[in-house]
Design a protein. Sequence first.
Length: 518
Amino acid sequence: MSNPEPVVELTGITKRFPGVVANSDVNLTVYAGEVHAICGENGAGKSTLMKILYGMQQPDEGEIVVNGKRVHFRGPQEAIRAGIGMVHQHFMLADNLTVAENVLLGAENLHGIGRGAKARLAELAEQTGLRARPDTLMEHLGVADRQRVEIIKVLYRGAKIVILDEPTAVLVPQEVDALFETVRAMRGQGFTFIFISHKLDEVRAIADTVTVIRRGTTVGAADPRKISSRELAEMMVGSELPSPQTRESTVTTRDVLRVTELRLDAEGSGRAVLDRISFTVHAGEVLGIAGVEGNGQTELVETIMGMRRAGGGKVELVGADGNARDLTRAGTLARREAGIGYIPEDRTRHGLLLTQPLWANRILGYQTRRPVANGQLLDIAGARADTERIVADYDVRTPGIDVPAAALSGGNQQKLIVGRELSGDPVLLIASHPTRGVDVGAQALIWEQIRQARHEGLAVLLISADLDELIGLSDTIRVMLRGRLVSEADPATVTPQELGSAMTGASTSDKSTEEGQR
């Protein structure tokens, strides 16, 4: 595009919260028809900046110019009217409504609810590659099509500037490729995208320009065609990253977790959510579970943790003393006390008490054990001291241990949880999406902590949508599809594309279902 005009200009944006300066003199210029990526560590201020642009928050200082006009958005509706739309990382869709109902909800007056609306929906469906019919219930759509519906929602409301917040977090490589094809086609039609992501290889593949934010302020822009992912990551963190680890097997023959013929039926329907799942995790082993979201990974973890009652099968844990314990009917606390550490998929629902201080969150799940308990009594001094240690050892960036967990960025919340769970001397760690939504610096720290614990004999069950994470950390990868373990992959040789094919059922070269279930 020749001589593009700026469509978004942010100048001197500053936003303060009690005890924290989220943005300090941030500058950003986005040109028409480009994909402009914004990168930075968790807590760097990316989300706050986008919320300001979308009208969800107002800056304390600075100027916002959209399409050459100075604006002051008092809410998202004003941003939408100015042609700005935002597709959030966590989809805001109602499963019990159809595609059309989700798109039209709250926008009935734009194109009516008759032929005009149907025509516009059909046009946008073709534009984004959505093949589902307008009367399809949302619960029947996969992750990639759900994302297309979210994009259609903002386009239906007239957006020409689209903010994509971590859009590839739960997509397999083939779905990422399809999303990028859509973005490139729409860019050619005059749409502008602001792309927020921690996946730097993807940023370099799709972006025209990258702006880096560090500690709340702009540190510079980069041409993704002239900078490596490692250089970009070091620009984000402000220092050199540690060298990549070489793969070294620490797998032993000692069983730690034995899952045998585990079954779980969906409530009311009798449909098998988990269908005769069997596997073993050994001391010093990371067993990775790959699968498109919605194929039973969440239910598998929650059944092993006792959050769901199995319909059949057995869960056994071999403790540090060598004795096997049948946990099939045990409660969640009993399983944790038996030696299971748990990094939950949803940290805000199952990992933290957001309104409570950090030291109180250190106690969760460990309220009967040292250093946070002394006999039947809680040891508040011990909890505070150990929280200070975790904050230091895991680089949790916080004003102090008395702030509520809600005051931390997502990545710092995650580091607090990882530190807590690895501090309890577990024999097994269940890590469900341990680095989802965290930056490269936090990701490197969490990966190194898991590798170190594995080297010391910890058994790890890893569930992740990040295929690079699965391949980089796992000793063995099992693929889950429609509630069954259908194949096995060697992380030393498998590619993300091959793994993605197996996850979607497209691969015909993997081992058979029977081998996958052994």
